[in-house]
Write a protein that binds this ligand. Structure first.
Ligand code: T4K
Length: 373
């Protein structure tokens, strides 16, 4: 059998480039706690993302947990969000003692359906946490209009949207803050890692203290914080990967174009269209299979791909509002579009070094599933 193809494959710099980047650590012996590499990456990212402040984290999840905590919402405050996402989004809300209120998604780009937000607002609502899912940008203007009208904070889960621009504006600049993931599986990685980006100066010290046990100075601990610091090896990986980002995104684009060429136009297959005014990062390749038209279910296509050594993934199934850990607390019938899409979607392999021959191999398997063949 041909080599296995997984849903993604971490982008890495040349071995020599990374070694050169970390060489100085053997002189300094300074490995973590906001060292020189951490500072350098932070400055580079503020420039690249065109945002006044970036606070780096050891992963995206803790970045989201921390920025929600920094908002100091009342206990049991309600947060409007979507269930068509990774566990992290919902868990960050719940782990802060807040209550997720699930809004349905748009049937075309799978981001929060802005026409359904206002009906969910109560006197307990404190924030909206929309997700730029797959790197698709939420309707940021409309979300801000609603937030301003009701006095709500907007924290974007921008885990997938690194490097995406909307109407020329960086995805790091919307709402009160945006969280990015720099996990190994992302367009830009620091092995594990993440960041919170924002404009307001007061959050800088607060978030930096939060990720460092609440320590404010050598003899001053202001509150009970945790530990979520990015280390020097992570930061060095980020410095290297950032140098090659444009090339990486260009290669992903070529892969996506081949998928479109081969699959769009096939009855029963929907590829997520490119959004107007958006410069994408080609983070994921979601494809929706409508069994009545395609002739095979998503699960049948998933199994056929697996039999051929191809690891597509069901991102995002199950919906977070159906997770066992919530013991049926949420009514999934409130998010019918999310339910519909989550039962039909597959994310196909997509990474910079995926060859076009392999894309053809993947598409051949998919197209052989047409009408249950
Ligand atoms: N919000 C959203 C919307 C998110 O999607 C995520 C993370 C977060 C928040 C939280 O951010 P982080 O705290 O993770 O920074 C993966 C990732 O672990 C996770 O970061 C990501 N979203 C999620 C969508 O996908 P898994 O459990 O599916 O990963 P795994 O281990 O099955 O890996 C997937 C594929 O990636 C493998 O088949 C091969 C490839 N891979 C994996 C690893 C670990 C590599 O090439 N290199 C690697 O080191 O969750």
């Amino acid at each position: 059998m041909a080599d296995k193809i997984l849903v993604t494959r971490s982008s890495m710099p040349d071995y020599e480039e990374y070694c050169e980047e970390i060489k100085g650590l053997w002189d300094s012996h300074w490995l973590t706690n906001m060292g020189a590499k951490h500072q350098e990456l932070q400055t580079e990212l503020e420039k690249f993302l065109e945002v006044p402040h970036v606070v780096l984290y050891t992963n995206g999840h803790l970045a989201l947990e921390n920025v929600l905590a920094a908002m100091n919402f009342p206990k049991n405050g309600e947060v409007i969000t979507t269930p068509f996402t990774f566990a992290s989004t919902t868990h960050a809300i719940v782990r802060n003692g807040l209550v997720p209120v699930f809004c349905d998604i748009d049937p075309v780009d799978y981001t929060i359906d802005v026409t359904k937000i206002e009906a969910l607002i109560t006197d307990k609502t404190c924030a909206i946490v929309p997700v730029h899912v797959y790197g698709n940008i939420c309707r940021v203007e409309e979300i801000q209009r609603i937030a301003d009208k009701y006095g709500l904070k907007v924290i974007y889960d921008a885990a997938h949207a690194f490097g995406v621009r909307y109407k020329g504006v960086s995805s790091a600049c919307f709402g009160d803050a945006s969280m990015f993931s720099f996990h190994a599986t992302k367009v830009f990685n620091t092995i594990e890692g993440g960041a919170v980006c924002f404009k307001k100066d007061y959050l800088v010290q607060l978030l930096n203290d939060m990720k460092n046990f609440g320590i404010h100075g050598p003899e001053r601990v202001e509150f009970v914080g945790g530990n979520a610091k990015m280390n020097e090896f992570q930061a060095a990986m980020g410095i290297c990967n950032l140098r090659h980002l444009d090339r990486e995104i260009g290669k992903r684009k070529a892969v996506m174009e081949r998928y479109r060429e081969r699959l769009s136009g096939t009855e029963g297959i929907t590829l997520c269209p490119l959004q107007a005014d958006v410069e994408p990062n080609y983070a994921y390749c979601p494809v929706v299979f409508e069994p009545t038209l395609f002739g095979s279910t998503r699960n049948e296509v998933f199994a056929a791909l697996a039999e051929n050594g191809i690891g597509a993934r069901k991102y995002f199934y199950p919906l977070t509002n159906t997770f066992d850990c919530f013991h049926g607390a949420y009514d999934i019938n409130n998010t019918p579009v999310a339910l519909h899409i989550s039962k039909r979607v597959l994310t196909l392999p997509l990474y910079a070094d995926l060859s076009l021959e392999d894309v053809d191999r993947i598409c051949d398997v998919i197209l052989r599933c047409k009408n249950g063949k």
